[in-house]
Design a protein around this ligand. Structure first.
Ligand code: CA
Length: 656
């Protein structure tokens, strides 16, 4: 191996020494930023048949060496050599080998004089078991058959056309009833023809049959807490503990010890999901890392995090406002979109990331495919940025980003109540004070947004109890049938509201997270498979299958009616002047461009008694009523309709 780049930088010695102190204010110095901001797109290890070039940004290191290894196992004493790297003016160290090193594992050692750190490459695109050593990879060799013809099946559509389904890789297949062979693996999502013990479709077949458009995967990048060297041990984690941002998680591959396997299998999964008309969304966690010993930080001490800032409650909020962190985040998103054909990103705690980073990410992803959907949790949390007056990507700043949506907790809490305050119940649980807020949300208006494409509407996700469990806890003495009514009403509100509907996998057949002792789990991030897995045999029970058909019907109904999927403000379409009891919310939705009907009439009746509602002139077809939903007419009425108790009734006026 020989070095190809000579050192051109004398370095500012004082600057470098100071960096090693706990006070990292140095990174905020104007001259530091000016001198050491690198804008190349070649950080990491890139190989061709002729050569391999390694580049890493470590401006405060006195020297950096490349260490090569036989295997990716961090405990194996199998080094094959170390090589000095050369520094350029922007703090990038590089070394070139005149051969193809694909499949070779490596780390960097940065020497700071007083101490030295060996770390994985922050720009690693493949790693060994447990993500401590990077691997040089020939990415083209990992492409599955037909990859060049693989594309976003929902390209060109609006974000408000999306129906998002949130899934954890293990949950899909961990229960025996899934019938899926590759338990807990990416390729479990490639299996078709899988059935439960009653012969009812499961897995990808079920998901495709629901009619959803976007599958959001709970973290699938390489995270820390599952030991990949013990694939048969009982282990589970959601994965909100990032280790290597640009590498798939090893425990979801069939062989975590070979860095190429997880890359290939992840692509196979994307290909399989795309082939069913479904786009793939990654849950990305750029707001914190697993530890402060994150590899970027080992190579540039203290740079990656906001010192002492704990908005994420993980102890290490990421300093996205620093230029090389911002670049890292944007590069990472672009990489997943290009290399893995990812069609959307869900940003965990995006309210901790600065507006400018997300704005730049949006702009760069627009250059690849403007229909890539972006959304996140814009909660306003306590974080201390390393610079003053840095606007953060919280709900109220959504308009400063561009095409971006925030999870709509306003609608969530109005429908089912606050998860943080048990006294504040929601509309479906009898709190009719919520009617005004609910009506606004239905029409696409909250305190922080009046544009439907900025709002992700949901009543359950991986966090907290499942919807079914929440309804059970709130209504402990209620019959099964009535609890189902509340569930269906909540779902109907989500799917008939302006915005982007989102459901948690299994919500469509009353998913529960029941602990071994019979209690209902509120935070299952590391609970066993028995709690988290989707119980597919429930689909064999008629009352569960009926709920699933209802969700399917709601999705089909929504897809058939552009008036429910406005991009711009929808307030002009809505008429809430219909007289009803306090417990009932009713509105007429006027047609808009592309809408096949002459109007839609929606009634949510949260009370225990039915109510007769006067209808505007004309003939109305009932499409949603009781426990049935869809595009077919269940009945035709004029003048008035009886809205069943604890349920939604949706009518469509004939187009001609
Ligand atoms: Ca891992």
């Amino acid at each position: 191996m020989e070095t190809g780049i000579s050192s051109t930088d004398g370095g500012n010695k004082d600057l470098l020494r100071n960096t090693l102190k706990a006070d990292t204010g140095l990174y905020e110095a104007e001259d530091f930023e000016k001198k050491y901001t690198y804008d190349g797109d070649d950080l990491g290890a890139y190989r061709t048949p002729e050569a391999t070039v390694f580049k890493v940004w470590a401006p405060t290191a006195k020297s950096v060496t490349l260490n090569l290894y036989e295997s990716g196992d961090p405990s194996a004493d199998d080094g094959t050599g170390t090589y000095d790297m050369s520094r350029d003016g922007s703090g990038v160290w590089s070394v070139r080998a005149d051969k193809d090193l694909a499949g070779v594992y490596y780390t960097y050692t940065a020497d700071f004089g007083d101490f030295a750190n060996e770390a994985c490459d922050p720009y690693a695109r493949a790693v060994g078991v447990n993500g401590k050593r990077a691997m040089v990879i020939d990415l083209d060799a990992t492409d599955p058959e037909g990859w060049e013809d693989d594309f976003n099946p929902n390209a060109g559509k609006n974000p408000t056309d999306a129906v998002i389904y949130e899934l954890h890789i293990r949950d899909l297949s961990a229960d025996l009833s899934s019938g899926i062979k590759n338990t807990g693996k990416f390729i479990g999502l490639t299996e078709t023809g899988t059935v439960n013990s009653g012969g009812i479709p499961t897995g990808l077949d079920h998901i495709a049959d629901m009619g959803i458009t976007h599958l959001q995967l709970t973290p699938v990048y390489d995270y820390a807490t599952v030991d990949e060297s013990k694939p048969d041990a009982p282990q589970y984690n959601w994965g909100y503990d990032p280790l290597n941002y640009n590498v798939p998680e090893g425990s979801y591959s069939t062989d975590a010890s070979d860095g190429a396997v997880r890359v290939r299998e992840f692509k196979q999964m994307v290909r399989a999901v795309h082939s069913r008309g479904i786009s793939v969304v990654m849950d990305v966690v750029y707001n914190h890392t697993y530890g402060t010993d994150y590899c970027f930080n080992m190579l540039v001490p203290g740079y990656f995090h906001r010192p002492g800032s704990n908005g994420s409650e993980c102890g290490n909020d990421v300093a996205s406002e620093r230029p090389m962190v911002r670049k890292f985040i944007v590069d990472s998103l672009v990489y997943w979109a290009k290399e893995y054909h990812i069609d959307g990103f869900r940003f965990d705690l995006v309210g901790l990331i600065d507006v400018e980073t997300i704005r730049q990410a949006r702009a760069e992803l627009d250059r690849i495919d403007p229909s890539i959907i972006l959304y996140g949790e814009g909660w306003d949390m306590k974080t201390i940025t390393v610079r003053k007056d840095v606007p953060l990507a919280v709900q109220k700043n959504v308009g400063r980003i561009g095409n971006f949506a925030m999870f709509n907790d306003t609608l969530r809490d109005a429908v089912k109540g606050s998860m943080f305050d048990e006294d504040q119940t929601g509309y479906i649980n009898g709190n009719y004070e919520m009617k005004k807020i609910l009506s606004d949300c239905v029409a696409g208006k909250t305190e922080w947004s009046s544009l439907p494409y900025q709002q992700i509407n949901y009543v359950s996700c991986h966090d907290n109890r499942t919807l079914w469990d929440e309804i059970t806890v709130m209504n402990p003495d209620m019959s099964f049938e009535d609890r189902v009514r509340k569930n269906l009403l909540a779902a109907a509100i989500v799917f008939t509201s302006q915005g982007i509907p989102f459901i948690f996998a299994g919500e469509e057949f009353l998913r529960s997270k029941e602990n071994a002792d019979g209690t209902l789990n509120e935070n299952s991030y590391n609970a066993p498979d028995s709690v988290n897995s989707i119980k597919w045999d429930d689909l064999s029970k008629k009352e569960y299958a009926d709920v699933c058909e209802y969700y399917k019907g709601l999705i089909a109904f929504r897809k058939a009616h552009p008036a429910l999927r406005r991009m711009e403000s929808a307030e002009d379409l809505y008429d809430f002047s219909v007289r009803t009891k306090r417990s009932v919310t009713a509105c007429r939705i006027a047609p808009c461009a592309g809408e096949p009907s002459d109007g839609i009439f929606v009634i949510y009746n949260a009370s225990d008694t039915e109510e007769k509602i006067k209808l505007p002139k004309g003939k109305w077809r009932i499409c949603v009523k009781g426990n049935r939903a869809g595009c077919e007419s269940l009945d035709e009425v004029s003048d008035s309709v009886t809205a069943e108790r604890m349920s939604a009734t949706v009518l469509v006026k004939s187009g001609v």
